[in-house]
Design a protein around this ligand. Sequence first.
Ligand SMILES: [Fe+2]
Length: 405
Amino acid sequence: MNAGVMDREAAAAIAEIRRSGLRAPARILFGAGGLARAGALARELAGGRPALVLTCSALAAPAGAAARLGDDLRQQGVPVETVSGLDQEPTVAVVDAAAARARAIQPGLIVSLGGGSVMDCAKAVAALAVNAGSAAEYLEGLGHRTQLERPPLPHLAIPTTAGTGAEATRNAVIAAPGQGGKKSMRFDGLLPAAALLDPELTRSVPRAATAAGGLDTVTQLLEACISRKRTPAVTALAHRGLRLTRAALPVCCDHPGDLAARSAMLLASFLSGVCLANAGLALAHGLAAALGALHHVPHGLACGILLPATLRYNRTACAPALAAALAAFLYPDAPAPLTDDVVIDRGLAALEALQRRLGVPADLRHLKLDERALQRLAAMSMGNSMSGNPVPMDPERTLAFLRTL
Ligand SMILES: [Fe+2]
């Protein structure tokens, strides 16, 4: 597979998204070197006003990307202000500080250049730039504001990692220290107006982050296929993403400069975001959210640890859907004439082999969680993702599952 083939695959996937009417950014640009198109796109979206660019630190960003982006916007006549250093998952304080900057500048466009954390921060800032209050007031299960009075500013999302697919989703995960850990700000208007997917930007992602992000993508694609909120359109798109992942993820880890593999994983990541935004997720994501909040396990790593065990737990409740999804993962070129049970057995074995190859643990023993910690974890796992799990979950069932890990 080469990068040109991936460009055609992306065009076909985008056409399928449009045909099926799935919720996704109105503008989707895919292709190596696409960062050079950001300026023209920003000029269209900014309505003659400045752009506020949110990005990570110079060390965390691809070399020179933020400077190139800024130059390109200015050349297109779009004044640029920048908030950088957004390397960690955003907190309420970080989002509020960036929002204060936005309220002072009154930009016409928010641009994010970074990973899921930067894009999530930018979604919240796009909303708070034109709506009153702190981010905390809009968080699910915490804040009292349940709607946005004004539509958020347009947001141009430019991912520099393949993993969360945050450029295609309508929620922003924000940490509220001392107020219950991580929560989501979730509104339809938080969906970015445009996603610019340039695989060149992901070539410098280190191995561990590449592996974790890739496992997050695979988990999102598989969970969208078995979620109780799944639809035929989401399933077809998720299968398309899964067909890209099995060969490409190890190549991205072992040969980080391989543009075709990086292209495949960036496209799969984006498709996983579209799928989760339209069909929700399941048990692995319900638990990963709590593991992140309570024990600071990075999201992609938590997904990678939990994926085989959670699928095994769910298999009888969703066997045909799970078998079809794992067949797309295992046999991307042509489906094999096998029974569902055989495909699931082989798929779970392949996921466990992928875990080992990428150096991801297969259980939670390294966290040394006692019974009390497991109980807290089970209680904290009942978020939005868990509501889509094929086996209906409550804290007792979740605790019983956790004891098996
Ligand atoms: Fe995820």
